[in-house]
Design a protein around this ligand. Structure first.
Ligand code: OAD
Length: 245
C-alpha cells in the first residue's frame, strides 16, 4: 500500500531522480556484489576489481573482467529497467543515476542517465588515460594501449578509486533538485552514492526506497517498498499512469 503522500507526489511531481544499484540487474542474471554473489573463483570481487590487482596481477584482473563482460554481453534488460524508461517518458525532469556498469539502462532506452561507476564496455589506458574504442580480444593476453604501450583497463571505477567529478556533480544536482528520490536495489553502503538520498531529503525531496531487504537507508527513507524491482517498478508505472490520466 502506498501512502497518500506518495500518491500525491507521484501524481504532481515533475522532477524525479532514481538511483539504482546491482539488485535491479540481478533479475537479468548479473551477479550482485555482496552476500553469496560477491565471490568469483573463490576470490572476493573487492580484491579483484582494484588498481592493485591490475598492477600486480593483470592476467587475473583481465580474466575476471573478460568473464564479467561476456556474462553481461549475454543478458538483457528486465521489466525493472524498462519501467525506468517509462519513468523518463512520464516525468518531464527525470534523471537516472546508476552505480551499475552493465549498460542495461542504456540498452533499455534511458537517455537522461549518469553512470557513476563507469561502463564496462568502455576501455581506457591505465597509464595515459586515453579512451579506446576497438573491441578487446578474447585472448588471454593483457590488452595494450597502441599510443603509449601501457595496459588497457575497463573504464569503470575500481574499488578505492575516485568517481569522475562531473558525474558526481550531475548526480548531486539531480538529488538536490528533485521532488521524489527513489533509491532502488542498492545496499546503500558505498559512498558517495549512499549520500545522495540524504542530500535529496535535506533539500525537501520525498525519499522512497525500493529493495527486497532492509538497508542502512531504510530507517531514514520516507517510505520503503519491499520486494523485487521486476514486480514493484512495473506496478508503480501502472499506478502513476492511472493517477495522471
Ligand atoms: P550490492 O550487491 O551491494 O547490493 C544489491 C542490493 O540489491 C541489496 O541491497 C539487495 O537487497 C538488493 N536486491 C537484490 N536483488 C533485488 C531485486 N530483485 N529487487 C530489489 N532489490 C534487490 O550492490 P550495490 O549496492 O549496487 O561499485 O553496490 C554498490 C557498489 O558496490 C557497486 O556499484 C560496486 C560495489 O563496490 C564499484 O565497483 C565501484
Amino acid at each position: 500500500m502506498l501512502t497518500q503522500k506518495l500518491l500525491s507526489r507521484l501524481k504532481n511531481a515533475s522532477a524525479v531522480t532514481a538511483l539504482t544499484g546491482a539488485g535491479i540487474s540481478a533479475e537479468s542474471g548479473v551477479p550482485t556484489f555482496r552476500g553469496k554473489d560477491g565471490l568469483w573463483d573463490n576470490k572476493k570481487v573487492e580484491e579483484l576489481a582494484t588498481p592493485q590487482a591490475l598492477r600486480n596481477n593483470p592476467e587475473l584482473f583481465w580474466k575476471f573482467y573478460r568473464w564479467r563482460k561476456k556474462l553481461i554481453n549475454e543478458v538483457k534488460p528486465n521489466l525493472g529497467h524498462y519501467s525506468l524508461v517509462d519513468f523518463e517518458r512520464i516525468y518531464d525532469d527525470f534523471f537516472l543515476v546508476t552505480q551499475n556498469v552493465d549498460n542495461l539502462h542504456r540498452e533499455a532506452g534511458n537517455k537522461n542517465i549518469v553512470e557513476l561507476h563507469g561502463n564496462i564496455f568502455n576501455t581506457k589506458c591505465a597509464d595515459c588515460d586515453k579512451s579506446h574504442t576497438e573491441p578487446i580480444s578474447e585472448s588471454t593476453q593483457i590488452p595494450i594501449c597502441n599510443f603509449c604501450g601501457g595496459p588497457l583497463r575497463p573504464d569503470v571505477v575500481l574499488f578505492g578509486e575516485n568517481l569522475q567529478e562531473k558525474n558526481l556533480r550531475a548526480a548531486q544536482e539531480a538529488a538536490a533538485g528533485c521532488e521524489i528520490f527513489f533509491s532502488i536495489a542498492t545496499s546503500s553502503l558505498v559512498e558517495p552514492a549512499a549520500s545522495l538520498p540524504f542530500l535529496a531529503k535535506a533539500n525537501g525531496s520525498y525519499v522512497v526506497e525500493i529493495n527486497s531487504e532492509e538497508t542502512p537507508l531504510s530507517q531514514h527513507a520516507d517510505e520503503c517498498l519491499r520486494g523485487a524491482t521486476g514486480k514493484l517498478l512495473p506496478a508503480l508505472v501502472i499506478i502513476i499512469e492511472k493517477l495522471q490520466s
